[in-house]
Design a protein around this ligand. Structure first.
Ligand SMILES: [Ca+2]
Ligand SMILES: [Ca+2]
Length: 276
């Protein structure tokens, strides 16, 4: 699900679930909304694609009273997806303006990510507390509070942007268990036989796919070549041996082709029937 962040100043949720900004203009903010896209395939049939997006409304106000002051108003940090619970991602720190005893400041998180992050109320260290999945959310904005011990207790605010770094944790998956194609025996060299396709949920190069003929010794003599985009072409005439009516070979797909340490691969069987 794609995620969008909407920054507002001094916003609050009114009784109609709308946000009121400090310019006093209302605007509706659906937390989840659907984008419906209609496309037409070659046969003229329509396909409806529904996509959910999440809109986070973030109070980006930086007003403060006499409460504690964070050393920074806005922190930025990175976390690797799938980071283990307990991984420390950032430490925040605030100074008490009404007391010289900064140790009396209590830190809290003030947003909807309690199941994903936690903060040490004494040290201000922010930890991973749940599942971090780049394929689900690519950035979090945490709002941290520093509360002093005066009466009444005063609060300071800061935000922490947490960018989720992608890991190649998805293996490319072919869209079929096996691919079966047919081609006339008398086609010329370079004729397209068909195309294999695979999908990968990772982004960037971890989701970019490259196809090739599996280089096993038994596969080398097939009269086909597999292009990087999955298209299979004939690369020899097919009529040399009329007793052959079917070929079978493996196609390998790999992501992150130029990253031999992190790349991941998968295989699929391809059958090509020769039609006389
Ligand atoms: Ca990933
Ligand atoms: Ca991948």
């Amino acid at each position: 699900m794609d995620e969008y962040h909407l920054f507002v100043k001094s916003a609050f949720l009114d009784s109609n679930f709308r946000y009121l900004c400090n310019d006093e203009k209302y605007f509706d903010v659906p937390i989840i909304c659907a984008i419906v896209q209609v496309t037409f395939n070659a046969s003229g049939f329509s396909t409806i694609v529904t996509k959910n997006i999440r809109v986070n409304v973030i109070d980006d106000s930086d007003e403060s009273d006499d409460g504690p002051v964070f050393e920074k108003g806005k922190y930025e940090t990175n976390v690797t997806e799938n980071a283990a619970m307990g991984t420390m991602i950032q430490q925040v720190s605030a100074t008490d303006r009404t007391s010289s005893d900064n140790a009396r400041i209590e830190y809290r998180l003030d947003n909807n990510y309690y199941s994903t992050f936690a903060i040490d109320s004494v040290t201000g260290e922010i930890f991973v507390y749940g599942m971090i999945d780049h394929e689900n959310i690519t950035m979090y904005i945490l709002r941290v509070l520093a509360i002093d011990q005066s009466s009444p207790r005063l609060t300071g605010y800061a935000s922490v942007r947490v960018y989720v770094m992608d890991v190649n944790d998805n293996i490319p998956q072919f869209t079929k268990e096996k691919f079966v194609f047919e081609v006339p025996r008398d086609v010329s060299v370079g004729t397209e036989v068909g195309r294999v396709t695979a999908e990968d949920k990772d982004s960037g190069e971890y989701g970019e796919l490259y196809y090739s003929l599996y280089d096993g010794s038994a596969m080398r003599n097939v009269p086909f070549v597999v292009m990087g985009d999955g298209v299979i072409l004939t690369d020899a005439t097919l009529d040399s041996d009329e007793s052959v009516y079917r070929y079978k070979f493996l196609v390998v797909v790999v992501d992150a082709l130029n990253d031999p340490i992190n790349c991941r691969r998968n295989y699929v069987e391809v059958f090509v029937k020769i039609l006389d």
